[in-house]
Write a protein that binds this ligand. Structure first.
Ligand code: DX5
Ligand code: ZN
Length: 218
């Protein structure tokens, strides 16, 4: 299993100071940052696009974990790869040739990931597991930060981790939504290794202390 990785989500930072949020993460020697891309269709909210990611890329050496919440991700994987994404994850819910889009992400030189909403069963991604670098289990309904963690997603995490073990695969198992020190520990116990934290990180009185505390997790 991968060691636990804390991935701050810039959604919860000050959007007038995106570069400063990324720099604060980099100063803590956290290697990844999570960038939420919303289209107003797949989720009822909008964030930012490839132009903003490219601008951030010019200021940051972080690994960009780009979470596409889009109805038509195939139209956007190339622009986000060109903008400097390191990993691009797509949702399984919109219809389309997911395997082809995931392969395309790799051709573009990025790692790839597949994402499931809380209402989507693990079986929906089972056929894709052999071709992904990361599985992202949403632990809230996507669209907004600051929601409560859904403990009923823990069995789904365990199921996917069991498939990973049985097949000798080594994709990361990421969780996103309502993650704090307590809920991260629950997800860790279920087998998650990659922990997106928006509100709990950027809203912490002392994000450095939060990161230190997080890194004590077994
Ligand atoms: C929600 C996003 C999350 C969000 C998590 O749609 O995918 O990445 O930033 O925020 P918190 O950690 O506040 O739940
Ligand atoms: Zn996200």
């Amino acid at each position: 299993m991968h060691p636990p990785l804390l991935v701050p989500s810039i959604l919860a930072g000050d959007h007038a100071r995106l570069a400063e949020s990324a720099a604060a993460v980099e100063r803590l020697a956290l290697p990844w940052i999570h960038l939420d891309i919303m289209d107003g269709h797949f989720v009822p909210n909008l964030t930012f696009g490839p132009g903003t990611v490219a601008a951030l890329r010019r200021t940051s050496g972080l690994f960009f974990d780009v979470h596409l919440m889009l109805d038509e991700p195939h139209r956007y994987v190339q622009p986000f790869a060109r903008a400097g994404a390191n990993l691009i994850s797509i949702h399984v819910e919109p219809p389309g040739d997911h395997a082809a889009i995931l392969a395309r992400i790799r051709e573009l030189g990025c790692q790839n990931g597949i994402v499931l909403n809380p209402g989507t069963p693990a079986s929906a991604i089972e056929p894709l597991l052999g071709g992904v670098n990361l599985v992202l289990v949403m632990t809230v309904q996507p669209g907004f930060g600051g929601q409560s963690f859904r403990g009923d997603m823990l069995p789904k995490i365990s199921q996917i981790v069991a498939w990973r073990r049985a097949r000798g695969l080594d994709f990361r198992l990421e969780v996103d939504g309502g993650i704090d020190l307590a809920t991260a520990a629950e997800c860790r116990a279920a087998g998650a290794d990659t922990f997106v934290a928006g509100t709990s990180f950027f809203g912490a009185a002392d994000p450095a202390a939060f990161a230190t505390e997080f890194q004590r997790m077994p």
